[in-house]
Write a protein that binds this ligand. Structure first.
Ligand SMILES: Nc1ncnc2c1ncn2[C@@H]1O[C@H](COP(=O)(O)OP(=O)(O)OP(=O)(O)O)[C@@H](O)[C@H]1O
Length: 228
């Protein structure tokens, strides 16, 4: 599904990623962590095809990540969702559905029992940060992508919303989607991930499968300074 070959990303004089090599199979749920500025978001943006590496290759299902064929199977929920504040929730979802040629009604039904229930007609700019986060996640994944990239998905969410997100992740695992969850604090996702990747200063320091132990245990073993 994912093939990252010797990828470096430089911004002016600053290097965000250095010679990163990384691969992922269908059905993996990978926890990507590391300190601030370690290169996590840069890696996700390269996987989503939103940026090109300075050197190296990023391929999704054999296609360059920037190609339409790769981007159409990918859903990227950014840390700060890029939403149109002047639209209502319903209008926003109608727009997102139109982009993907999807019917709106089944998507609106998914708002039941979420923070957005009963808020179809609220302007997006009047939503709380947690509601915006939920709308961003839904907008990024309503086309049923096989590769889901989540950047700090719990930021701004309360415990109930985090629990709902965990249920969603379990569902995606059952559907064998490939999911990469980028998070500063991995405790909430430790039991769901099968693999842990730790970035430090643009280098992939650790990339371990965690079939026999929880991500938390592996993380503490590999990097005792991580926040758990
Ligand atoms: N567009 C850009 N222009 C200049 N520098 C950038 C750009 N994007 C990222 N960087 C730099 O690359 C490095 C890695 O940034 P990145 O956002 O990938 O880190 P991160 O691990 O996601 O950090 P955080 O946990 O704080 O979100 C940082 O030093 C950042 O300042």
């Amino acid at each position: 599904m994912i093939d990252v070959e010797s990828v470096s990303a430089r911004f002016g004089g600053r290097t965000a990623l250095t010679e990163a090599c990384f691969a992922a199979d269908d059905g993996e749920l990978i926890c990507l962590t590391g300190h601030h500025g370690s290169g996590k978001t840069t890696l996700l943006r390269l996987l989503a095809g939103l940026a090109k590496p300075t050197t190296g290759q990023v391929r999704i299902d054999g296609h360059a990540a920037t190609d339409h064929a790769a981007r159409s199977v990918c859903g990227f929920a950014q840390e700060e969702p890029a939403l149109y504040g002047f639209l209502t929730v319903r209008e926003h979802l109608a727009y997102d559905c139109a982009l993907h040629g999807i019917r709106l009604q089944p998507i609106l039904e998914r708002l039941q029992d979420t923070l957005l229930e009963g808020r179809h007609d609220l302007l997006v700019r009047d939503l709380s940060p947690g509601m915006r986060k939920q709308l961003g996640l839904l907008a990024a994944t309503l086309h049923d992508p096989t590769l889901v990239l989540l950047d700090e998905p719990t930021k701004g969410l309360d415990a109930t919303a985090v629990s709902d997100l965990r249920t969603t992740l379990r569902g995606w695992r059952a559907q064998r989607k490939t999911v990469i969850v980028c998070t500063q604090n991995p405790a909430w996702v430790t039991d769901l991930a099968n693999r842990l990747v730790i970035l430090r200063d643009g280098h992939i320091m650790h990339d371990v499968r965690v079939a026999d132990e929880t991500v938390t245990t592996a993380l503490l073993r590999l990097d005792p300074h991580q926040q758990i």
